[in-house]
Each structure stands twice: as structure tokens, then as C-alpha cells.
Design a protein around this ligand. Structure first.
Ligand code: GLC
Length: 540
């Protein structure tokens, strides 16, 4: 058995990143300590007690490195630094120290696919064709008519190829033209980025969330991507093609394995991959022999419509597709997607919390989901997100999902003493952390209860998952160890429905319910489920 070595391949469910809960902090919007209107590292350190009290095990902090901020920090000009906007390296060291002091973990956002065009590497690369760093990025000649070498599109609109006047070649950028893609086929690039990861690992960070992992390697022949017959006008222009040659190339797994070898050379580190792919492709990122990412992010709860049948099928297909020793995970929100509470509404946000925290696999929350933050409408003239600005005729700005965290009912909800960098919600005087801390029926209180229960019960954090029933309103499943069994019944609609599955007989006590009607009740073989109801039942 290899399961005892660092970075273990076990499915025991006992490692911190298996039984723990991850919480994404979008650093700009979490808490501002110096009044410049932008969240920072010190601000996050000030709120660690809040996260600890919530029951979080691991904080994932979005990029705080030196950056021209064209893509709000995902355009890094020096990975081994802290941007002044977010504080100093001393602030970082303190954040790490204080996180560990509370028994929590800290993971960083790593952006290996591209740099900023202001990064020294790219400045050198574009200085001349024979610069030693030229091949660190992806260059191509124009065709006979002066056009880019192929039809590849950028995620933020337009061609993915930008003409470099001085050296008369195109360079490839999967995102903004200010975010040139690194050439991961070059071993020097591999070594340089791994060395940067080592810098943070040596400081003691507990792992990385690897940005756009499925983009790292592109087809070496630059073949044209085929058309996407399912393209819809409201989608990003990127979706006009199917990115079969510009993403998800087989060689990407060799790169991930190298990253994993590195993180595995330190005890209990975790490698998480940001990957938007269908399930059967996603699970390949666990890697052959599980030497890939330990947690290829599973975004199905974010991307699927909130329909019980679809969700029940997705859960079962995902469980079925996982490789033998692959550990599952579920994500409820992130800084690129519409807020869950906006998608499903206030009442269903409670059902979603129960689902997330009773499914098998590591849950990831996005800051503010625990208080039911909603998307905040940002007027066009205040739009900041490059994705929205570059495709202005479509509704693609991610600003609404990044609005600052409301902490209390003071000015700017206690987020900043200055002017928040992005508009805050209108109802922050009511919807804020403090108000929910004082209300035993709040969503925050529910999250705390669910997290505490999950932590306390091995059946919930590492037990088996077994589907029981689903229809057009309900989803029911079991979480069990040999010692204990929990039946979870969720109503994903606002209409009542009898739960009385023919082939599943049960008897037990309701230990947590979303509505007051079934609290502490003993139930047997049938339950009248109200709309928006969710129950955790401990079976006899
Ligand atoms: C990832 C990030 C997103 C960013 C993009 C480019 O998808 O989550 O915010 O814009 O990568 O780095």
C-alpha cells in the first residue's frame, strides 16, 4: 500500500483535504484593512476567526501577486511577490502563520497557463526573435495573407493571436492579449514555474488551486478548431468553436504529474485543478495512477440547471465515473459564475447548502454564499471585468459575482472605510454577517450547523454514498458507515410532495430539518415533504 506516503493516494477520506471544507476568498472583495476600497491580506487575517468559527478548514485565496490588474490579478507580473494593493510579504507570512495557528490550511491560486505581458519573461521574449526566452511563449508566423496561423479564439473575445509589430510574429493568448500563454512544451518553462511553486511550498502553503489547468498544453501542429453547432448568440464568442486542439491535450497530464510530484515531496499538500470539462474528460485529471490533481474541481452544481432529476443523474454519473482512488468534490460558487442564491432563490439556497454539505466529497464554498449573497447589478458605466468590457453586446461581466462582503450594518457594511472598488448590494444593512450571526434561523446559522454535523459524523464526511430516490421534485440518498446511516431527503422545488419510495423502507429520527415542521420527529417509510424542505434523518 502506498497510501501512507505524503500526498497520499488513499481514499480513506481521512486527509484534511478530503474531510475538510474549502472556502474561496476573492481577496479584492473580502475585507479592506487600509481604507483604499480594496480587500487585502491583512483584512483577510482580521477575519480568520470568523472563518474558523464557521467551521472552515482551508482558505483558498485568489491572486495577490504583483499584477497590472487587467484581469484582476490573473495577469501576474511576478509570482513570487505581493502586490502593494494587497499588502506586503510580511502580511502574507502573518496570514499564513495565523491561519495555521487556528488549525486551518491556506492554499494559493497558481496561474501557470499565462503571465502578464509586463512579466520580465515576456518582456525578454518579445524583445527579439533570438532572445533566450523567446520560446518561453507561443509564437507563430502569419500566413501568406498576413492572418494568424489558425482560427483559435480567446476566451475574452476575438482571435487568440496578437501580432507583435517589432518581431513580426503572432503570440498566443487564451485570455486577454495582455495575458500571453506560456509554452509548457519547453522544459525551461516547466522548471521555472515549478521553482516558483517551490518558493511558496517552502514558506509552508498547503497547496494550490491551479488556474485553467486544462489549457496548459495546445496542439503542437496548431490545427484549426472545428465549429460548434450548438453555439448560441448570448454565449461568449469563444464558444463558436469547439476548443479540441487548443485545450485538454493528452500531454497536459505529464505536466500535472510533475506538479504533483513536487507537491507530494512535501507532506499533505493538495493540488486542485480548475477544469471546465464534461465529467468523463474531467475525471482523467485525477491522472493515471492518481498522479494528477487530487481534486479536479467539479463544477456541476454551478453549471447545471437546478432541476432535481438532472442533479440526481449528475451525482450518480460523477460517482460512477470517479477512478478507484479518486476523491470527489463539489463546488457551490466561484468568482466566475453567477451566485447560487441568485440562480436558485433564497429558500433553495438552504436546500443547496444541505446538499453540498451532505454529498460525498470535499465541498468548496465561495465567500458570501454562507449568508446568501446575490449577484449585484452593476451599471454599464461602472463595469470593470474585462470579459464584460470586451464583449459589450452580451451580458458576460463577472462583476456582479464579486461584490464586497457585507460584514455589518455600518457604512459600506464594514468592508472598507473608503469607497468600495465595486458597488455593494442595496440590502447590505439587512443582509450581512452580523445580522445573521444574531439570528438562529439565518442561512449562516444553518451553514454552521451543517458544517459542525458533517465534521462530527464520519458517515457524512467520509461515508459511502448510495442513491435512494429521485423524481421531478425530490432527491434522496444515504450516507453511511458500518456504524451509522443517514438518509438525506431534499425537495428542490417549492411545492409539497409525499416521499414514500416503494423499494426503500426506513425508520429514523430527523436530526436536522430546514423547516420547523419535522424537527426531532421519528419518521417511518413516508414523509410529507413541504416545498423547500430538506431533512437529515438518522436511521435506526
Ligand atoms: C480562470 C479564473 C478567471 C480568470 C481566468 C484567466 O478561469 O478563474 O477569473 O479570468 O482564469 O486567468
Amino acid at each position: 500500500m502506498q497510501s501512507e506516503k505524503p500526498g497520499s493516494k488513499t481514499v480513506s477520506g481521512d486527509l484534511w483535504w478530503q474531510k475538510g471544507i474549502i472556502y474561496e476568498v476573492y481577496i479584492r472583495s473580502f475585507n479592506d484593512s487600509n481604507g483604499d476600497g480594496i480587500g487585502d491580506l491583512k483584512g483577510l487575517t482580521e477575519k480568520l476567526d470568523y472563518l474558523h468559527d464557521l467551521g472552515i478548514d482551508c482558505v483558498w485565496v485568489t491572486p495577490f501577486y504583483q499584477s497590472p490588474m487587467k484581469d484582476f490579478g490573473y495577469d501576474i507580473s511576478d509570482f513570487k511577490s505581493v502586490d502593494k494593493m494587497f499588502g506586503t510579504m510580511k502580511d502574507f507570512d502573518e496570514l499564513l502563520h495565523e491561519t495555521h495557528k487556528r488549525g486551518m490550511k491556506l492554499i494559493l491560486d497558481q496561474v501557470p497557463n499565462h503571465t502578464s505581458d509586463q512579466h520580465e519573461w515576456f518582456k525578454e521574449a518579445r524583445s527579439s526573435r533570438d532572445n533566450p526566452k523567446r520560446d518561453w511563449f507561443i509564437w507563430a508566423d502569419a500566413d501568406a495573407e498576413g492572418n494568424p496561423p489558425n482560427n483559435w479564439l480567446a476566451m475574452f473575445g476575438g482571435s487568440a493571436w496578437e501580432w507583435d509589430e517589432k518581431t513580426e510574429q503572432f503570440y498566443y493568448h487564451a485570455f486577454l492579449k495582455e495575458q500571453p500563454d506560456l509554452n509548457w512544451r519547453n522544459p525551461e518553462v516547466q522548471e521555472a514555474v515549478l521553482e516558483e511553486m517551490r518558493f511558496w511550498l517552502d514558506k509552508g502553503v498547503d497547496g494550490f488551486r491551479v488556474d485553467v489547468m486544462w489549457h496548459l498544453i495546445k496542439d503542437e501542429y496548431f490545427r484549426d478548431n472545428p465549429d460548434n453547432p450548438d453555439y448560441k448568440e448570448e454565449q461568449p464568442t469563444y464558444n463558436q468553436l469547439q476548443p479540441v486542439y487548443s485545450t485538454d491535450q493528452p500531454e497536459v497530464h505529464d505536466i500535472i504529474e510533475k506538479m504533483r510530484d513536487l507537491t507530494d515531496s512535501y507532506p499533505e499538500r493538495v493540488l486542485i485543478g480548475e477544469i471546465y470539462l464534461p465529467i468523463h474528460q474531467l475525471v482523467s485529471y485525477y491522472g493515471p495512477d492518481n498522479q494528477g490533481a487530487q481534486l479536479p474541481f467539479n463544477f456541476q452544481l454551478l453549471t447545471l440547471p437546478w432541476e432535481p432529476k438532472k442533479i440526481a443523474i449528475a451525482i450518480d454519473q460523477y460517482e460512477g465515473a470517479l477512478p478507484n482512488s479518486g476523491w470527489p468534490n463539489w463546488v457551490i460558487g466561484n468568482h466566475d459564475q453567477s451566485r447560487l442564491a441568485t440562480k436558485v432563490g433564497e429558500a433553495q439556497a438552504r436546500v443547496a447548502a444541505m446538499l453540498l454539505l451532505t454529498l460525498r466529497g470535499t465541498p468548496t464554498l465561495y465567500y458570501g454564499d454562507e449568508i446568501g449573497m446575490q449577484d449585484v447589478k452593476i451599471p454599464k458605466n461602472e463595469m470593470q471585468d474585462p470579459q464584460g468590457l470586451h464583449m459589450p453586446d452580451k451580458d458576460l461581466s463577472r462583476d456582479p459575482f464579486r461584490s464586497p462582503m457585507p460584514w455589518n450594518d455600518s457604512a459600506n457594511a464594514g468592508f472598507t472605510t473608503g469607497k468600495p472598488w465595486l458597488r455593494m448590494a442595496k440590502n447590505i444593512d439587512k443582509l450581512n454577517v452580523q445580522a445573521q450571526q444574531e439570528d438562529p434561523d439565518s442561512l449562516l446559522a444553518l451553514y454552521k450547523k451543517l458544517i459542525a454535523l458533517r465534521r462530527q459524523e464520519p458517515a457524512l464526511h467520509k461515508g459511502r454514498y448510495r442513491p435512494v430516490y429521485s423524481d421531478d421534485k425530490l432527491i434522496a440518498y444515504l450516507r453511511e458507515t458500518d456504524e451509522k446511516r443517514f438518509l438525506i431527503v431534499l425537495n428542490l422545488s417549492d411545492k409539497g410532495r409525499q416521499f414514500a419510495p416503494e423499494r426503500f423502507k426506513f425508520k429514523g429520527k430527523v436530526i436536522l430539518s430546514l423547516l420547523p415542521d419535522h424537527e426531532n420527529e421519528t419518521v417511518e417509510n413516508e414523509i410529507r415533504m413541504k416545498g423547500d424542505e430538506g431533512l437529515i434523518i438518522e436511521l435506526e
